[in-house]
Design a protein around this ligand. Sequence first.
Ligand SMILES: [Zn+2]
Length: 306
Amino acid sequence: MIAIHRLLALLLILAAGNHLTRFATVARAADADGKLRIICFGAHPDDAEYKAGGTAAKWAALGHHVKFVSVTNGDIGHWQIAGGPLAQRRTAEVKDAAKILGIETEVLDIHDGELLPTLENRRALTRLIREWKADVVIAHRPNDYHPDHRYTGILVQDAAFMVTVPFFCPDTPSLKDNPVFLYFSDGFQKPNPFSADVIVSIDDVLDKKIAAVHALPSQAYEGGASGSEEFMKPIPKDEAGRKAWAIQTHGGRYAAVANRFRDALVKWYGPERGKDVKYAEAFEVCEYGRRPTPEELKKLFPFFGE
Ligand SMILES: [Zn+2]
């Protein structure tokens, strides 16, 4: 009997050892490719696409690894339909957008409009950041019009130190280096307006970004939770007409970012290139992760050239 127990114990140790070796090999392979690893958390299946889709496409084109996470499943984000079918539709939409952008995507199965900054959700986001071995994490600022946006911002802030703490969620290896955490741009003024600490021209990937927007018809063309039959009336039904409409309306938002933060564009691109940028995405550095120098930001956002 004792011999059998010993044999079983030995087999268990061997199996665990094999598993650990495999895990370590996978981790090394991911580290070894020398590419950046970026994870963006939007509250709904469209937020990260709208706020960082162009920059994500630029990272992906250089071989860097980008993942978008929607923290809720978007299941009340439409004026006409809701529930499981809407969650499934929106998950399929962001999967299509991810293919266009060259990134990965995941939708967490949390009800839209019901996200709370709980310990369970803090753990979930901490594990996702660790599993992605993120160098860069981007999310909403915690002052935003939608409660899911606010709590996504809070949850990511809450993870910004905990990702490095080994005995918080000890089932998922902690990160040795704290990532750089940033925020998507927004127009809210209180308690403080958004600061464009980094700004990226998306002129060269506007087609791709508009194609990604085009892949989200429930939001882009049907208006999501704020839509209506009236809203949809002036929007073209054909592909080409819709894309032109998307360039006008959504493109207009990225042009507004470029114009609002023209000084930042000049700072990052120089006066000649900076004044010519038409469409941009901007990001603010969060105080709670690693604090990057301007040189490090240039390495994390390798788009500015010399
Ligand atoms: Zn949203």
